[in-house]
Ligand binder design. Structure first.
Ligand SMILES: [Zn+2]
Ligand SMILES: [Zn+2]
Length: 341
């Protein structure tokens, strides 16, 4: 997540957050039902999951496996008249979106679980702390910050239940639900295997964390064990451009309010990233800097727990600048510097 907040009032008929969150909101003549679940994170307090279909239902994302969230989910499913789920379709492999999947399948509540294959790494605790530590040290992050990140990671890991028997959703596939089908649109950026699910006939989309009404989704840093890393923000910009070109009637996101005007919303995201990119360019025109010191210039008051998100953003914008030949990078004393001279 970032500090970018194109604030938007809740759409008419939608309850604001915190009010009556157990009561599922109903859309598309009862075919799409939105359930808001609590999260234990200070940055984002709720996640949206959606039940689609009437008799044979599917669930889009699950919330975490924590008891408070699981209870709200089961109550809401019951309130929707859903006794059983044919399938769970996951927008991506972050704990707030897939956490309860293993539990739902194990309990017999859901039959099958689908995700883009590139998300498996996110879901199975295979995060290599030393690999990330080495790279982040190169970016100039001090040991105290790295230690804080390790602690945050242990917290996340403490309630990961790895799902078994996961099936893959390939881009372009059509995933059925009782009332229609959802096309899998691959929208890498926030994560490598983030997808949006698109009902072409009724012209609505479920966007996971790729489009959110209030925040610009964070293009998370991802290092490969064999070396190199994903250019998350470059990918993300391409993905939202793809969505910008679509004439969507409504977008159901993974957090916050439903989006009825995705084009101006995406335009404001382009604007935000362009401005941020130019701000970093200006900083680098004064003197070469490490990603960590750029971060300090950009975010004056940054909580240590948010530093991974912040450094992910800075690297994302540096990648965009590099893509446009506006900066270059070099190593000095084991640190990575960027310059704009
Ligand atoms: Zn996410
Ligand atoms: Zn999320």
């Amino acid at each position: 997540m970032s500090d970018h907040t194109p604030e938007q009032a809740p759409a008419e008929g939608e309850k604001p957050y915190g009010a009556d969150i157990q009561k599922p909101a109903v859309f598309e003549n009862g075919l799409v039902r939105k359930i808001v679940l609590p999260l234990p994170f200070p940055q984002v307090q709720h996640v949206n999951v959606y039940v689609l279909g009437r008799r044979r239902s599917v669930l889009i994302d699950t919330g975490t496996s924590r008891q408070d969230s699981y209870d709200v989910l089961l109550d809401a499913l019951r309130a929707c008249g859903v006794e059983h789920l044919d399938a769970i379709y996951l927008t991506h492999g972050h704990i707030d979106h897939f956490g309860a999947a293993a539990r739902l399948v194990k309990s017999g509540m859901a039959d099958r679980l689908y995700v883009h294959e590139k998300e498996l790494g996110n879901m199975d605790n295979s995060f290599d702390a030393s690999l990330y530590g080495d790279q982040l040290r190169r970016y100039g992050l001090p040991e105290s910050v790295l230690e804080m990140m390790r602690i945050a990671l242990q917290f996340f890991d403490s309630f990961v239940q790895k799902p078994e028997n996961v099936s893959f959703m390939a881009p372009g596939a059509f995933m059925p639900y009782d009332g229609g089908s959802l096309e899998v649109i691959h929208t890498p950026g926030h994560t490598a295997g983030s997808i949006c699910l698109y009902d072409r006939e009724k012209n609505f989309m479920l966007s996971g964390d790729t489009l959110l009404s209030r925040l610009s989704p964070n293009p998370l840093l991802e290092f490969y064990p064999a070396g190199g890393r994903r250019k998350s923000l470059v990918e993300y910009i391409d993905s939202i451009y793809k969505l910008y070109e679509m004439d969507l009637r409504v977008v159901y996101p993974g957090h916050y309010e439903i989006i009825y005007d995705h084009k101006p919303h995406i335009k404001s995201l382009f604007n935000f990233h362009y401005k941020r990119m130019m701000r970093i360019h200006n900083i680098l025109r004064q003197a070469p800097a490490t990603p960590y010191s750029i971060m300090g210039e950009l975010f004056r008051k940054l909580h240590r727990r948010d530093m991974f998100l912040a450094v992910s953003e800075v690297i994302g914008h540096l990648d965009l600048l590099e893509q446009h030949d506006m900066v270059r990078s070099f190593e000095r004393d084991g640190l990575l510097y960027y310059s704009a001279d």
